[in-house]
Ligand binder design. Structure first.
Ligand code: SF4
Ligand SMILES: [Zn+2]
Length: 309
């Protein structure tokens, strides 16, 4: 049996011809494709494009035009650390415009010294120039219902050390911040992120059409060192590095500082590690894969001086 090489529409016409028993042609419309401007003929009166690909392109373009009509709101995701504090200083100086919305996600594991700094320094100073820094609730469990560890902890399988993937930031911070932005009625925004120029390789394009990530410190070519200088030169106390108190990515200096100066945070980190080990026995917060309270932290002499005295 020969293969049918007719297109669907040709076949339809052919069927009609057979049905009526004489040669009749369905009415054909001559049109110009709204996407590529090429002429084409069709039996469908409402067809706008010459092909499915052109139709898809046209729809995309119409969506782009609809989106471009939505006003862009400026939002700032404050992280509470050095780079975010530099952004706060630049806002108070008028070197960055005031954002329409400023927010920080408290995931429930923030270090006490970070929250103290934000509450005692950043919030009041921003308030003076009319910017409200909203603290929004985020966070969640460290181990999910499927017993996956969400933080980048270290697992020791018979001497093979592996780091767990990082899901915490998305789950605890990114998802709640998107929800909060929507709750404020924001339909489209430029969302500022405090990433300095030396970290430019970490810049990401937002997967959501309504959020566009913006990196003002990268645009201004300001490094982390520049940020510390901006904070100091403008008379603000130095901001602490921000991270969760049990974050396995922190260095020995940060662990040692917490052990020495922030007892409650230190105790909490130890108890979190023990809770994790009840589910995953050979999992640790420190890369040496030793229980936290047995780790001999290697700290730099200059920093040791800062932490101890
Ligand atoms: S600071 Fe560490 S533990 Fe906290 S969200 Fe980021 S990666 Fe996860
Ligand atoms: Zn076309």
């Amino acid at each position: 049996m020969p293969l049918c090489v007719m297109g669907r529409e040709t076949r339809l016409i052919a069927v009609q011809k057979i049905g009526v028993g004489k040669l009749t042609m369905r009415k054909q419309f001559k049109k110009i494709c709204l996407n590529c401007n090429e002429p084409f003929t069709t039996i469908r009166k409402n067809q706008k494009c010459c092909s499915i690909a052109c139709d898809r392109e046209l729809r995309k373009e119409q969506q782009r035009q609809e989106i471009s009509k939505i006003p862009i709101i400026q939002t700032w995701a404050c992280g509470g650390g050095v780079q975010s504090t530099a952004i706060a200083v630049l806002i108070t100086l008028g070197e960055l415009p005031k954002p329409d919305y400023a927010y920080m996600v408290d995931c429930g594991y923030e270090k006490t010294k970070t929250m103290n700094y934000v509450n005692e320094i950043t919030i009041p100073k921003l308030q003076k120039v009319g910017v409200t820094l909203n603290i929004i609730k985020g966070g969640g469990p460290i181990i999910d219902t499927n017993q996956y560890i969400l933080i980048p902890a270290y697992g020791n399988e018979n001497g093979n050390i592996r780091k767990y993937p990082t899901f915490c930031n998305d789950n605890w911070k990114v998802v709640p911040s998107k929800r909060w932005l929507r709750e404020q009625g924001i339909e489209r925004c430029d969302n500022w992120i405090g990433m300095s120029w030396d970290e430019e390789h970490r810049k990401r394009i937002s997967p959501l059409w309504w959020i566009q990530n913006k990196y003002p410190l990268c645009d201004m070519k300001l490094t982390r060192w520049d940020c510390t200088k901006i904070i100091r030169d403008n008379g603000w106390p130095m901001a602490p590095r921000s991270s969760c108190l049990m974050c396995p990515l922190q260095d020995d200096n940060a662990w040692f500082d917490m052990k020495r100066n922030w007892k409650e945070d230190w105790e909490r980190a130890i108890s979190i590690e023990r809770e994790i080990q009840k589910v995953k026995p050979n999992t640790y917060l420190h890369r040496s894969c030793k229980p936290l309270d047995e780790v001999d932290f290697k700290i730099m002499r200059t920093i040791q001086r800062e932490i101890l005295f």
